[in-house]
Design a protein around this ligand. Structure first.
Ligand code: ADP
Ligand code: MG
Length: 344
């Protein structure tokens, strides 16, 4: 049973994790656009100190998300070199059991890119694999790293992919793996997806090795519909597809568990080198915020902002990552102008 979202007098409260780099400035644009569009959402801001050697801030963030059910997130930095202080981005997903990451990659007609009309959904296992963070130096100069694959998590993510296909009229699921080399771990992931596929006879299922997938994505991406894959391959494939569509500044991703949801930019970058320069593309974070509004049931506000984003992109008001000249500010101003026109 999903836990209800925090909801008082028609307004929702969501947790806001600005993170590092460009995260805080992008969150300010989201707040500005929300308040301009009259969105009935309040934010509970939670900062996580990147230098902390303990997990007090992280625990506070987790408590806040447990209370609110939903969060919007930038990339969090972990600078501590203490071995027991793990990546907070990973810890957050693991502790909230956000076992699936969904990245819906659709081309924008107004963005110059190598391929047109791409529409691929990447469904990624989000809590195990190489991200188990179980590494140790067994003897000096020899480091071992555990990759953990379980049948229960493989089954949950596979079922999510096929249910998504069924609900959204998708035709095909491709399991991406390296089971020819990692016969036990990736073998389990692949075999589980084949077993789940039998429950969905109307949906085509095939599988592909990760290296070939990267080549096929670059040369013939239209063959893909839904890609189902493990955590690390999912990170790589997500970046390949975002790159094909226009880079890190456009697309948004969703992290789901049975109880909580976190929305964030699809490629999860910090953008340290471009922070504070008024050049970061604000679209990916705004798209994450729109996804969040749909999830909360604020359909009209979601559509209002989404249309304003699409018009801005299709008019060629692009930051430099998309080959344009516009500043972050100019993109946000254009979005607000279109909100105003649509609201009159
Ligand atoms: P990571 O967090 O993985 O180290 P970076 O933060 O270095 O990645 O981001 C990767 C690249 O993507 C950088 O060149 C960065 O400038 C670019 N990038 C990330 N987010 C945006 C954005 N919103 N707008 C423009 N460029 C971005
Ligand atoms: Mg970085």
């Amino acid at each position: 049973m999903p836990i209800p979202k925090a909801h008082y007098g028609g307004r929702h409260t969501v947790t806001l994790l600005p993170g590092a780099g460009i995260g805080p400035e992008l969150m300010n644009y989201v707040k500005e656009v929300f308040s301009y569009a009259g969105v009935p959402v309040d934010f509970e801001d939670v900062d996580i100190d990147p230098n902390a050697d303990d997990n007090v801030d992280l625990d506070f963030a987790i408590t806040s998300i447990r209370r609110n059910g939903v969060a919007l997130k930038g990339n969090i930095e972990t600078r501590s070199t203490e071995a027991e202080v793990l990546s907070r981005n990973v810890a957050l997903r693991n502790q909230l059991d956000l076992y699936v990451n969904v990245l819906h990659c659709v081309s924008y007609p107004g963005v110059n890119s190598r391929h047109k009309n791409i529409d691929i959904v990447i469904v990624r296992q989000n809590t195990e694999g190489e991200y188990a963070m179980l590494e140790h130096e067994s003897v000096k100069g020899v480091v071992e790293s555990m990759k953990v694959i379980t049948s229960s998590n493989s089954e949950r993510v596979a079922r999510y992919a096929f249910e998504y296909a069924k609900r959204n009229g998708r035709k095909k699921v491709t399991t991406v793996h390296k089971a020819n080399i990692m016969k036990l771990s990736d073998g389990l992931f692949l075999e589980t997806s084949k077993r789940v596929a039998k429950d969905y006879p109307d949906i085509v299922h095939n599988d592909m090795i990760i290296d070939n997938t990267c080549m096929q994505l670059v040369s013939n991406p239209h063959q893909f519909d839904i890609v189902l894959t493990t955590n690390l391959y999912g990170a790589i494939v997500s970046n390949v597809v975002c790159g094909l569509l226009g880079g890190a500044g456009l697309l948004a991703g969703k992290n789901f568990g049975d109880h909580y949801t976190i929305f964030e930019p699809g490629t999860r970058n910090t953008g340290t080198s471009i922070a504070g320069k008024n050049v970061a593309n604000p679209i990916a974070m705004l798209n994450a915020a729109v996804d969040m509004l749909r999830h909360l049931g604020h359909k009209n506000h979601a559509a209002l902002i989404q249309n304003a984003i699409n018009k801005t992109i299709n008019q060629g008001i692009h930051t430099r990552d998309l080959g344009g000249q516009a500043t972050s500010r100019e993109v946000v101003d254009s979005i607000m102008k279109h909100i105003k026109i649509a609201s009159n």
